[in-house]
Each structure stands twice: as C-alpha cells, then as structure tokens.
Design a protein around this ligand. Structure first.
Ligand SMILES: *Cc1c(COP(=O)(O)O)cnc(C)c1O
Length: 400
C-alpha cells in the first residue's frame, strides 16, 4: 500500500557523550575516585562543581545532585516538610516516578484534571486548593508542556500552596523568559538517558531555601561530610539538623557529574536543535486531517525533546491500527490511552497502590486519543520530514 520510504532510525538512540566528557570520565576511572566525597582536602569534586554550575545556570542559590529525578523529588517533598498523611496536589497526566515520589514520602495524592492542551486544569486546581488541609503542590511539566505560570503563582499565593516543580521535561525551558524550575520553592530535574542531559541515571534539585537544601543534602546521604558541598548555606544551618535527618543514600557520583558538566555548557544549543526538529514536526502534523496539535502559548519557550498530538474522535480500534501502520513504516509512537501500562507510559488508573483514585473525565478523554513521539537529536531535520510524510500517508488512508 505504501509508496513512502520506511524510516529506519531508532527512536531511543541519543547522541554519544562528547569527547570532553569521555576524557574526564576516563581520568576519574583511572583515579578510582568515583565517590563524591572521595576528594583531597579543599578539592572540589566533579559532583560539587556540577552543583555550582547548575545552580548558576538556573539562577538559584543551591543545587543538590542526586541518584535520579525520582529520588530528588522524594527528597524535595521530605525537605520541604511533607509529612505522612499530608495531601499533595498533582496533575493527573504525568509519569510513574512522580506519584511514586509522593507515595514514598508517605503523603496522599490529590489528582488534578487536565485540559485539552495537556496542561493542568487551573480551575480544578483552584477548587482543590481551597480545601483547608491542602498545602503541597507537585506540578509536573509533563512532556514539557508548561501551563500559565503567572496563574499558578497566583493560585499558590492565594491558597498558601507550596510549589514543587517536576522539570524532568523542561530542562532549559522558559515561561515568559523565566526558567522553568525557578518558580517553585524547589524544583527537580532528570539526567536520565531520555531527558535533556544524559548520565544514564541522575537528578538535580534546586532551591533558594537554605534550610531546605541543608535537609536535602543530609537526606541524600552526606554522612557528616556536608562541608564538602560547595552549593550550600553556612555550616551553622546544618548544626540543628544533622542528627534529626536520616540518610536515604540518593547521591550522585563523580563519574556521572563529569559527563554532565560539558553537556550543561551546550544545553541551550541542544534545546534549540530540539526545537528546530519539533517545529518541523508540529508544522507537518497540524496540516494532517484528523490530527490535532494543541497551540502553545507564545510565552512558553519549550525544550521540545518529544511531541504529542491527538487523534480526536477516533475510536480505540482505529488508533491501534494507526499506531501499527506507523510502526510498520518505522515510526514508533506511544499512546497514552492503553488499558494496560506499557513501556514508559502509564495512566493514573494504574497507580493502584494509592487505593481509590477519583475519576477525572477530561484526563481520561484526552489521554484516550493522545499520541507521543520521542525526538532524539540523532534525527536530522530531513528525518523529521520523512516521519511527517509517513504519518500523513497513514492518516489519509485511515482517519476520516
Ligand atoms: C523521567 C521522569 C521523571 C523521573 O526521572 P528519573 O530520573 O527517571 O527518576 C519524573 N517526571 C517525569 C515527567 C519524567 O518523565
């Protein structure tokens, strides 16, 4: 049936680690000094340097490097003061590590609905924020879609909500010229392979709050070596905390930090490269009948490492056919409407460990037709054009 070339590249293949990172990593391997506290007196290790540099990049006072973004989110919740049984508001469209971090803190989750542009429903948020026992708000900028942060901050201020940002998909992104992750009391980023910087696994937590960072550093497993952190407040802040906070061992090591530091230097350039590809795909997708790409706010400066679109009004069978035919042509799409969680996607119904969760009609309806595609930088702009050609041909033959 097809006369379009098949796409043959791998949707999970990232670019190699740059030479500077590899050389530094080899140096560390040869020295054997992989642990972040394995430094000479006065020497700043790679992990401490990465923290200084990421804090500076974010315009934040402090940064802590962690084993993963999931562990950073857990430490953020604990260090901000979330107690077992507290309620944490969270948008229902997000990924499994987010509810996982909330559960790990002992808190209960209060899911907030989403709207058709895939962002949180601000009216539902406001309604749920009014409950007297609601203090915490984990906002996940899922797949890099940033909601109106001015309204978020108004709602947080009006209802005394403490905002924790999950920026796993917004590293390098901005809302109205302000960096995503600089709005909340604390924000968490991922350096897992499929995000914007790649160290296999890893997370970064940023904040301006001296007490919060001191807690997070101790929680992360600093033993009594927190003095070796250089992105931290004065030693006096740790004094009253050091025996009151357990060690959860969520540290990053020097090897990973070493390969991240050169990546941070080119992060903005990489984001521009992602966005070039994103715009080609978006421009192509919006012209295909049956496919909708929500319009993004002009104040949103995203870091488009993936793209989402909806097959509105299509039934499950048609969507499955659409996905299968795209796959036959080498175009690997994910679908958030699956009954069973598959791969990296999972819908909120599969977070059964929380017990009964509310039925969110809009989230259900929107996820039922939402497709998702990775945009690794190993794809060229021509690759993106071929992908559009394939999707267009499948859609024209299938979608009414
Ligand atoms: C990947 C991801 C995380 C967690 O990152 P890890 O580093 O894998 O723990 C959190 N939130 C979202 C939305 C993610 O996609």
């Amino acid at each position: 049936m097809s006369n379009t070339k098949t796409f043959t590249k791998d949707f999970t293949l990232q670019e190699p680690i740059c030479d500077e990172g590899i050389e530094k990593a080899l140096e560390i391997l040869k020295s054997g000094k992989l642990h972040r506290y394995n430094v000479d007196p006065g020497e700043k290790g790679e992990t401490a340097l990465l923290e200084e540099e990421f804090a500076a990049y974010m315009g934040k006072k402090y940064c802590l490097a962690c084993a993963s973004c999931g562990s950073a989110m857990y430490l953020a919740l604990k260090s901000a003061g979330v107690k077992p049984g507290d309620k944490v508001l969270c948008n229902a469209y997000t990924l499994a590590p987010v509810p996982g971090a909330i559960e790990n803190s002992g808190a209960a989750i209060e899911l907030v609905d989403i709207i058709d542009d895939y962002t949180i429903d601000l009216d539902d948020l406001e309604k749920k924020a009014m409950a007297a026992d609601t203090r915490w708000f984990m906002l996940s900028h899922m797949r890099g879609h940033i909601t109106n942060m001015d309204r978020i901050m108004e709602i947080c201020n009006r209802h005394d909500l403490i905002l924790i940002e999950d920026c796993a998909h917004t590293m390098g992104a901005l809302w109205d010229k302000k960096k995503s992750g600089s709005f909340g009391k604390v924000a968490c980023f991922s350096t897992q392979t499929y995000k914007h910087m790649n160290s296999g696994e890893g997370g970064l937590l940023v904040t301006d709050d001296p007490d919060l960072i001191a807690r997070a550093i101790i929680y992360s497993g600093s033993y009594m070596l927190y003095e070796r952190h250089t992105s931290r407040p004065g030693m006096d802040v740790f004094e009253s905390l050091k025996t009151m906070i357990p060690n959860y061992s969520c540290r990053m090591d020097n090897l990973r930090a070493a390969i991240l530091r050169p990546q941070l230097k080119i992060l903005d350039v990489q984001c521009e490269r992602w966005n070039k590809r994103y715009r080609i795909l978006e421009q192509g997708l919006i012209q295909i009948k049956g496919i909708t790409c929500p319009k993004r706010d002009s104040r949103e400066n995203y870091a488009g490492s993936s793209i989402q679109f909806s097959l509105i009004n299509q039934d499950e069978k048609t969507i499955q056919k659409f996905l299968a035919r795209c796959k036959d042509q080498g175009v690997e799409l994910k679908w958030f409407g699956n009954k069973e969680p598959v791969g990296f996607t999972s819908a909120y119904e599969s977070w059964k460990y929380f017990g009964e969760l509310p039925y969110l009609a809009n989230t259900k309806r929107i996820l039922a037709t939402m497709c998702d595609m990775r945009i690794p930088l190993t794809f060229t702009e021509d690759d993106c054009k071929l992908i559009i050609k394939i999707i267009k041909q499948v859609a024209e033959n299938l979608l009414k």
